[in-house]
Write a protein that binds this ligand. Structure first.
Ligand SMILES: Cc1cc2nc3c(=O)[nH]c(=O)nc-3n(C[C@H](O)[C@H](O)[C@H](O)COP(=O)(O)OP(=O)(O)OC[C@H]3O[C@@H](n4cnc5c(N)ncnc54)[C@H](O)[C@@H]3O)c2cc1C
Length: 460
């Protein structure tokens, strides 16, 4: 069955639906294809469910700490994972069903459910349907990478997606991968009551962050009883009865860790290997990401790639921004670019880490003269009042222009607080704008001007 459209959108992640709706509203005939669940990773197995689980885990943590605040809870604190999962599932269902119904109700937009595969630069097959369009937008996202570890074939393992189906508290959860996803699951399940061992091949957790942040995050996790094993350069797996055995290191610590469940959180791979890109001559890089220019156009005219599949961002907000860039350029004649975007993200452990702009390491490598200031959360009155004084804030400033180069807030409210710094960076205003602003007391943000008063040269 052949059909012709003005535009085909492949994937209903964080860019596809908004783009399809905007093109359809502009009068174009649009086909949008989804092979699995509407909303993609973020809504079904990523941000939304994990943050719902983080909230349940925090409730358990706060309940256990109630005594610190003078609150008496008679009896023990326990976690009913079936109810935790049901709460998470309800939040996810609302989102994904809402999106599906919205897309299916859009004028000028036809939804196809199935796997899309290119058959030519402007031709895509979905089951028995052959779709053609001058414009094709690829928003196919990524999935968990499963590394070829020795012994993997003998063991049961979980990925971030499988974790969404767990309705028990594992006795001992072993997590391989000390990145953002691994850390969030580690703290969450420790708070649910599991013993947790976090294994990382590198020398530090969250390697892309500055050393001091990485160490502070490790302290936060270890303070809650998470066992962290670094430099696990000799990883291999085995099965013993119902247990999984991970051989960790040839040099340090116990050579093996035995657990009840294993989560692999070692990275993501783009869903571009199943898309028939070769039939359209669309280029990918060595990691399988679709090559795009600054306006997200692939090497084939009329074909764009948005979101995680283009390797230019690995977050919901970067994917959504890809949609904004493409829509603005195509429909409103603007000239928006990916490189205008400032890096920003959060790590949703508790307390969270909010990050914007360059890391200290990147600033040092750039060689530009810079100023730096830090402030521990123990010297932030709001954090003291809340009884949450772990972490610290840091800001880096260009010594010449006085513009902010980057910041990190590891501490209570860090994911929100850092946005105030991000906005000043987008305004390209000097740091003195924040320094002279009057902030609300008592907030974490009110100490940013105080921290800025302490700027010192970033020395070698
Ligand atoms: C555990 C976890 C936690 C996360 N937490 C956060 C967070 O807190 N904040 C944040 O910003 N980001 C977070 N992320 C990252 C975020 O979820 C992703 O960056 C974002 O969802 C990527 O969106 P996307 O639209 O590029 O791809 P996706 O959301 O993956 O969407 C791609 C869609 O395309 C469909 N598809 C793929 N191939 C085909 C095909 N051939 N035919 C038809 N359909 C196809 C897929 O089924 C999917 O629905 C998290 C990720 C994970 C795994």
């Amino acid at each position: 069955m052949e059909s012709s459209y003005d535009a085909i959108v492949i994937g209903t992640g964080q860019a596809g639906p908004s783009l399809a709706a905007e093109l359809a509203a502009a009068g174009q005939q649009v086909a949008i294809v989804e092979r699995h669940r509407f909303g993609g990773t973020c809504v079904n197995v990523g941000c939304t469910p994990t943050k719902a689980l983080v909230a349940s885990a925090r409730a358990a943590y706060v309940a256990r700490r109630a005594g610190d605040f003078g609150v008496v809870i008679d009896g023990g604190i326990s976690v009913d994972m079936r109810r935790v999962k049901a709460r998470k599932d309800a939040i996810v269902r609302k989102s994904t069903n809402g999106l599906e119904n919205w897309l299916k109700g859009l004028d000028n937009c036809t939804v196809f459910e199935g796997h899309a595969r290119f058959e030519g630069p402007h031709r895509v097959r979905v089951g028995e349907h052959e779709l053609e369009a001058e414009q094709i937008f690829i928003n196919v996202g990524a999935r968990a990478y499963v590394p070829p570890l020795p012994g993997l074939d003998r063991c049961d393992y979980l990925t971030n997606s499988d974790m969404m189906d767990l309705d028990v508290v594992p006795e001992h959860l072993i997590i391989i991968g000390g990145g953002y996803i691994g850390l969030e699951f580690a703290q969450m399940y420790r708070r649910f009551g599991s013993r947790v061992t976090l294994i990382e091949m590198g020398e530090r957790l969250i390697r892309r962050e500055a050393d001091d942040i990485s160490y502070a995050v490790r302290e936060v996790l270890e303070a809650e009883g998470i066992e962290v094993r670094l430099k696990a350069e000799c990883l291999s797996l085995d099965r013993r009865g119902n247990s999984v055995v991970v051989s960790v290191s040839c040099e340090q610590g116990a050579p093996e860790v035995t657990g009840s469940h294993l989560l692999l959180a070692v990275g993501r791979r783009p869903n571009t290997d199943e898309l028939g890109l070769e039939a359209a001559d669309i280029e990918v890089n060595t990691r399988g990401h679709i090559r795009v220019d600054d306006a997200l156009q692939t090497n084939v005219p009329g074909v764009w790639a948005l979101g995680e599949c283009n390797g230019r961002g690995a977050f919901t907000h970067t994917t959504y921004n890809d949609y904004e860039i493409v829509a603005a350029n195509l429909l409103r004649g603007e000239q928006r670019r990916v490189t205008d975007r400032i890096d920003c993200y959060a790590l949703y452990i508790d307390p969270p880490l909010g990050r914007v702009g360059m890391t200290e390491r990147q600033v040092r490598e750039s060689g530009q003269p810079a100023l730096v200031a830090t402030r521990p959360m123990t010297r932030v009155s709001r954090a003291v009042e809340k009884g949450e004084t772990q972490g610290f804030m840091k800001i880096l400033v260009d010594a010449t222009t006085k513009q902010i180069l980057g910041a990190a807030v590891l501490g209570v409210g860090g994911d929100e607080v850092v946005a105030s710094i991000l906005n000043v960076m987008y305004a390209k205003a000097p740091y003195t704008v924040i320094q002279r602003a009057v902030h609300i007391h008592p907030t974490v943000s009110e100490l940013i001007p105080t921290m800025l008063a302490d700027l010192k040269p970033l020395t070698a």
